[in-house]
Ligand binder design. Structure first.
Ligand SMILES: O=C(O)CCC(=O)C(=O)O
Ligand SMILES: [Fe+2]
Length: 351
């Protein structure tokens, strides 16, 4: 029976908190959940040795949920990305709400506002490799007499530049995969398939504890949904210009207070998500198609302009690349459905 006013949507959190109002304020009660003590992790623990490889980064992320990569992009590239963001940051005003302090400026849509951001940051080989590891999905399903195997590649979710000005207070600690209703159960070790997004924080300036470096709760990717982080569990992911901090969207994190007199902390944060999910920002609407035609095939695929097999993301039942890059597409010409095998029922694989 459906109770009046109760939403009919499925929920994994219903019944786990109790809401009430007092003096015009809304409260939610949840059970305290402090089943294990924080392990002290340092910035050095999070940093991979140079030269960074996808394997080294993946291994750190499995353990800590995050990983710092030194010298990820050159000063020339980071300066160019900053130059593309600056006019938008300068025009931005204080956020209407409490999620960002009034001193923070933002600009979204960086992969269409800055071609170099799309070509060098989004298309970085380590983004491709690490995102595929955590967010690529490959599954097979019966379709008639065939077993059809489909690969769903990771895709762009959003790319935003954040500049935190002097006087800003801490941003609250939060998990970015709340947007995907990703409800976590406690894990003793990393479980592939749990995550819906992966972030990369690129330092466009030096970021320090004093000027607002992203603070991060190591290991929180393994936490139960209701465990609340405390202040002493955070590590400041301090970066030099051009360094990059990889972080699963299941980790608690936030921008930090800027206690300096005159330093501006600027980062560009790129998020990738599952190829089967809606993208956080809609960069297609309002961007001339010529812009997309001017990008390399690999960048277009990372933007999500390629099918997730089977059948997601077509245009007139064709791969979007057939429209944007007809010649290069003709060389690949893959079926939207995936790879089909004739299915054979057996009683044992060894027979
Ligand atoms: O500015 C930062 O370091 C983090 C920003 C952030 O986490 C967010 O806006 O979701
Ligand atoms: Fe965030």
């Amino acid at each position: 029976m459906i109770v009046a006013n109760e939403r009919q949507a499925a929920s994994k959190t219903r019944g786990k908190y109790v809401v009430f109002e007092r003096d015009g304020l809304k409260y939610a009660k949840v059970l305290r959940n402090d089943y294990d003590m924080p392990v002290k992790v340092t910035k050095d623990d999070l940093t991979v040795s140079e030269p960074a490889t996808a394997e080294k980064i993946i291994q750190k992320i499995e353990v800590f949920g995050g990983c710092i990569v030194k010298n990820y992009l050159s000063a020339e590239v980071t300066d160019a990305i900053y130059a593309d963001a600056k006019p938008y940051l300068d025009q931005d005003t204080s956020w209407d709400g409490t999620f960002f302090p009034p001193e923070t400026r933002r600009t979204a849509g960086m992969c269409v506002k800055s071609k170099i951001c799309a070509e060098k940051f989004l298309t970085h080989e380590l983004n491709v490799a690490v995102s595929n590891a955590f967010l690529g999905r490959e599954d097979a399903v019966w379709s008639g007499d065939e077993i059809v195997e489909g690969y769903s590649p990771p895709q762009h979710n959003c790319t935003i530049t954040f500049r935190i000005g002097p006087g800003a207070k801490d941003q609250v600690l939060h998990r970015d995969d709340g947007i995907h209703h990703n409800i976590h159960k406690h894990r003793d070790s990393y479980h592939y398939g749990d995550d819906s997004a992966l972030g990369m924080v690129l330092g466009l300036t030096r970021t320090t504890r004093a000027n607002g470096a992203t603070r991060f709760v190591p290991g929180s990717h393994l936490w139960d949904h209701w465990r609340k982080p405390s202040k002493d569990e955070v590590v400041y992911a301090e970066l030099d210009k051009g360094d990059c901090f990889f972080m699963l969207a299941s980790c608690f994190h936030g921008g930090s207070a800027n206690t300096t007199e005159d330093e501006y902390r600027t980062v560009t944060i790129l998020f990738m998500t599952l190829g089967t999910l809606r993208q956080e920002e809609n960069i297609m609407l309002g961007t001339p198609i010529e812009y997309f035609k001017s990008l390399p095939v690999e960048t277009l695929k990372l933007l999500g302009l390629t099918p997730s097999e089977p059948f997601l993301g077509y245009i007139d039942f064709k791969d979007p690349l057939a429209l944007l890059k007809p010649e290069e597409h003709a060389k690949e010409n893959k079926d939207l459905r995936g790879t089909a095998y004739t299915g054979i029922l057996v009683d044992s694989f060894t027979a």
